[in-house]
Design a protein around this ligand. Structure first.
Ligand code: FAD
Ligand code: UDP
Length: 401
């Protein structure tokens, strides 16, 4: 039996107070929490209370109009992309889309060149006129072949050699993570491909689009159900002992849930500097990366991403930092080991289900979090349908965390 079924099984046996008014307390109104709230209310008729300590729904994907009337992403640029038709279709119930293919330039050696590295990047950088076939040979000639690809350094030098690694990846990664790429799992830089053709899109997924009226509108539609009550500006600890519920879904940082009892899990944070510029366009593409200069890693211009037309433009500079909101889990072996302790603890907490990027300590994109939340819902649904979780007295008693 999987963990959720076991949780629910045990929960049935637990004493459920008659006064429980919510079937679920969901902590966090980002993708993980909102998808589960929507599914549980719409599909199973569950009564859901969703709380977030921030003053808004949407989690890190929240967007809003700034003081100048430009639609911005306060927590950094969020571009939706997925290969999953199911996930795209699911979200399409709550939004129309604007097709958008993200493009990124990297500022290297005084030039702006396409990132991911492609045929044009190499030709522009070195003043060459290679064909796709020739650039493939070029990569082979400079690659430092590794028997085993373990780290983020291995991934890149194995494909494009040390010089391009130094120009495009080493400095950016050291800024972003305060770690050398050799200290990070291969999965981090493996997010960025290398191409021998002229494709200059940042992502290659089948579906690439932005919610036509923004993410926040999409979240509002997801949560618009009479069974869903929303409480913002509320840390769940403020209400967990006074509002009765049966089962908790937790999408915040997993270590914080357990009072950091095994030590703090490292998360990387960012300081966002938002600037409005009184001209129509600031830069040629959605994002420009600065791997080697400045304290920031990249500048993103929202109008490229959202398609909004406006006389002025708003951009965001991302300054990586250690302190602040936890934005990125840090993928490296010692952190995975520490996370496993929290994961074991989570498995022994039968009345709480942990979902999302921070609660499962996974460097997930939005679509992956939606996929994880939908899969979690299917497990909960199966338990309900099997009679283990049906009815008002079937789930767990309130936690006293
Ligand atoms: P979150 O969105 O973090 O939601 C968790 C919520 O829980 C938060 O709102 C938090 O306030 C709340 N919470 C935490 N603790 C408590 C508590 N004690 N009480 C109450 N509430 C609490 N993904 C993409 O697919 N494309 C992109 O282009 C992209 N760009 C990104 C850029 C940046 C700078 C960052 C940081 C991430 C980016 N992502 C992108 C990833 C994306 O943000 C995440 O995959 C997604 O938002 C995770 O959703 P979530 O629900 O797991 O977590
Ligand atoms: N990266 C890099 N140079 C770049 C772009 C990315 O070194 O120009 C590395 C860096 O380590 C970064 C990782 O690849 O953290 C993943 O990049 P991505 O753009 O996916 O990061 P995110 O959008 O999640 O911040």
């Amino acid at each position: 039996m999987d963990k959720i079924s076991q949780d629910l099984e045990r929960a049935v046996a637990a004493t459920v107070p008659d006064r429980a008014i919510f079937d679920y307390l969901i902590v966090g109104a980002g993708f993980a929490g909102s998808v589960l709230a929507e599914r549980l209310a719409n599909e199973l008729g569950m009564r859901v209370l969703i709380v977030d300590k921030r003053p808004h729904i949407g989690g890190n994907a929240y967007d809003r109009y700034d003081d100048h009337g430009v639609l911005i992403h306060p927590y950094g640029p969020h571009i939706f992309h997925t290969n999953s038709e199911d996930i795209f279709e699911y979200l399409s119930k709550f939004t129309q889309w604007r097709p958008y293919q993200h493009r990124v330039l990297a500022s290297v050696d005084g030039q702006l060149v396409p990132m991911p590295i492609n045929l044009d990047t190499i030709n522009k950088l070195y003043g060459l006129n290679l064909t796709s076939f020739e650039v493939e040979k070029f990569f082979e000639s400079v690659a430092e072949k590794k028997d085993e690809i373990k780290t983020s350094e291995d991934v890149v030098v194995n494909k494009v050699g040390r010089e391009l690694y130094n120009k495009f990846f080493r400095g950016y990664t050291r800024k972003q993570w305060a770690l050398d790429p050799s200290e990070l799992d291969a999965s981090v830089t493996a997010r960025v491909p290398t191409r021998t053709n002229r494709d200059d899109r940042y992502f290659a997924d089948k579906f690439q689009a932005m919610p036509l009226h923004g993410y926040t509108r999409m979240f509002e539609k997801m949560l618009a159900h009479p069974n869903i009550k929303i409480m913002v500006n509320t840390d769940y600890r403020e209400i967990v002992d006074i509002i009765p519920f049966r089962h908790m879904i937790y999408t915040g940082p997993v270590d914080a849930f357990f009072d950091n009892k095994y030590g703090k899990l490292p998360y990387r944070s960012l300081r966002f500097e938002h600037v409005n510029v009184p001209k129509e366009q600031f830069q040629a593409v959605g994002t420009v990366n600065y791997p080697n200069d400045y304290a920031y890693t990249r500048i993103s211009e929202f109008k490229h991403i959202t398609g909004q037309e406006h006389a002025s433009t708003s951009v965001v500079y991302e300054y990586p930092c250690a302190e602040g909101d936890p934005y990125y889990p840090v993928p490296r072996p010692e952190n995975a080991e520490l996370y496993r302790k929290y994961e074991a603890e989570a498995e022994n907490t039968p009345n709480v289900t942990f979902v999302g990027r921070l609660a499962t300590y996974k460097y997930y994109n939005m679509d992956q979090v939606v996929g994880q939340a939908l899969a979690t819902f299917r497990k909960l649904q199966a338990s309900h349908e099997a009679g283990r979780g049906l009815g008002s007295a079937a789930l767990a008693a309130p936690v006293t965390a």
